[in-house]
Design a protein around this ligand. Structure first.
Ligand SMILES: [Zn+2]
Length: 249
């Protein structure tokens, strides 16, 4: 009788010891795993996506301009580089068509310099295995200095490009800079027959970030806080496109 009680106690102790040893292994492992997971950013709808950003113009090609100092190519590059960081932070891989003040034409080739520059951007996009393509520009309109605000263009026959354009436009329509000066800038996404949209294979958009012909846009587009907000809202539009296409209208 006493012997069997001892055996039971011994067995119980053994069981506790086994459980304690297993826990001793698992608890530190779980802790290390949790701290590791903290260091790796959580997955987002952009994780693993490949995105080409094309800051329009560059080098000898200033794009549009206001006076001698406000050049479209500079604004495009600044916004493009901020956008690159914003999109990378969401876990996407970004390819830039340019990251400095250069044009992409090869002078040795035949044909116009402008066309060669566009061809190089198209080639880079079509060989990058990209999920989407974003070209960044700034606008100018003669005889309508009151027209303002960002406008997003897509190539007509691509349903996905249309969805992407509408999603980005929807986000850009909420830019805070206009409200602060007591005005509004709201547009719909537009069809645009641009080489860069027509000849690139992935769904893509051309974002005209504002009008250099408009005084409010000119001031805003040179402000870093406004450039940051544009990049943030484009990224928000991309996330909506990949995650909730049904919310786009
Ligand atoms: Zn342009």
């Amino acid at each position: 009788m006493r012997k069997s009680i001892l055996i039971i106690i011994y067995k119980k102790t053994l069981t506790y010891l086994v459980i304690a040893s297993i826990l001793a292994f698992l608890v530190p492992y779980a802790f290390v795993k949790a701290t590791n997971e903290k260091r790796i950013s959580p997955a987002t709808p952009l994780t693993g996506k490949i995105i080409v950003i094309d800051p329009g113009h560059g080098g000898v090609d200033s794009g549009t301009h206001y006076g001698q100092k406000i050049l479209e190519k500079d604004i495009n590059l600044k916004i493009g580089l901020i956008l690159k960081t914003a999109i990378q932070a969401q876990g996407a891989t970004v390819f830039m068509t340019r990251e400095s003040d250069i044009s992409l034409d090869d002078q040795k080739k035949n044909g116009s310099r402008h066309r060669e520059d566009l061809n190089a951007r198209v080639r880079l996009t079509n060989t990058s295995n990209a999920d989407i393509f974003i070209s960044i520009h700034a606008n100018y309109i003669r005889n309508s200095s009151s027209t303002l605000g960002p406008m997003v263009f897509y190539y007509g026959s691509s349903e996905k490009s249309k969805q992407l354009a509408e999603s980005i436009q929807q986000s850009l329509n909420t830019l805070s800079g206009y409200k602060k000066v007591g005005t509004k800038a709201s547009h719909s996404a537009h069809k645009g027959n641009y080489v860069i949209l027509r000849e690139t294979m992935p769904p893509g958009v051309l974002v005209e970030t504002g009008f250099l012909s408009n005084a409010i846009d000119r001031t805003l587009l040179q402000k870093e806080s406004h450039q940051q907000e544009i990049a943030k809202l484009i990224t928000e539009g991309l996330i909506r496109y990949f995650k909730h296409p049904e919310d786009i209208h």
